[in-house]
Design a protein around this ligand. Structure first.
Ligand code: ADP
Ligand code: AMP
Length: 217
């Protein structure tokens, strides 16, 4: 299955992507994770992306698109993939459409995770991310058993620079301005499904899998 997750920052895309990708047996491709890995490795790509990420702005399309093009050309993405965080605006969505068309394929479904702004702020201000495996935790809603350490891989957890309240508000503005129009874009193509993304993580995964079932092939 070829699938995109959309939703505001903090909607739970990364959290659900891990489970949904495992159920569907496709690789999870998160542009945010790839950018963060490049920033921490000090690569040229990371250097170019960092100033935008720190402000909560989108990294320029030419940088992001080239990175996604390379990733989708890898072997493991040939039979399907779950994109988390891409596309993030209509131009990226059009380029993705062309990229997939060139590969003789297209998206099967776009899953929208629906949550309100106050929940986003609560979730992002307590988010902790693992340096080793990128798993996301929450200090109140999903704490690890030892504070600051990932239960999954034992690495250190960190708070993202862009998870400060001021930057969170700006990222929400960027979302409504640039990313939310994708909902209409994909609805017009008949491949959008939306689910309520509040409540326990497992319930949301069940909702997601039920919503995706009619689109699986
Ligand atoms: P996104 O990838 O959409 O930005 P994340 O998956 O990183 O969002 O989730 C943001 C924060 O919210 C994380 O700290 C995560 O642990 C927490 N979270 C995810 N799903 C839920 C949920 N259903 N209820 C409460 N907190 C959640
Ligand atoms: P995320 O981990 O999805 O919250 O992304 C973190 C940051 O990485 C965003 O605020 C952007 O600065 C950048 N980013 C991730 N994906 C994209 C994208 N598709 N286009 C542009 N910037 C992106």
């Amino acid at each position: 299955m070829r699938l995109v997750l959309v939703g505001p920052p903090g909607a739970g895309k990364g959290t659900q992507a891990e489970f949904v990708a495992a159920h569907l047996q496709v690789p999870k491709i998160s542009t945010g994770d790839i950018f963060r890995a490049n920033v921490s490795q000090g690569t040229e790509l990371g250097r170019r992306a960092k100033e935008y990420m720190d402000r909560g702005d989108l990294v320029p399309d030419e940088v992001t698109v080239a990175m996604v093009r390379d990733r989708l050309a890898e072997d493991d993405a040939r039979k399907g993939f779950l994109l988390d965080g891409f596309p993030r605006n209509v131009p990226q969505a059009r380029i993705l459409e062309d990229m997939l068309l060139d590969m003789g394929t297209g998206l099967d479904v776009v899953l929208e995770l629906v949550v309100d702004d106050e929940e986003v702020v609560r979730r992002l201000s307590g988010r902790r991310t693992c340096r080793g495996c990128s798993h996301v935790w929450h200090v109140d809603f999903d704490p690890p058993s030892v504070e600051g350490i990932c239960d999954a891989c034992g690495s250190e957890l960190f708070q993202r620079d862009d998870d400060r309240e001021e930057t969170i508000r700006h990222r929400l503005e960027v979302y409504y301005e640039q990313t939310a129009p994708l909902v209409e874009f994909y609805a017009a193509r008949g491949i959008l499904v939306g689910i309520d993304a509040t409540g326990p993580v497992d319930d949301i995964t069940d909702r997601a899998m039920a919503a995706l079932r009619p689109h699986s092939r």
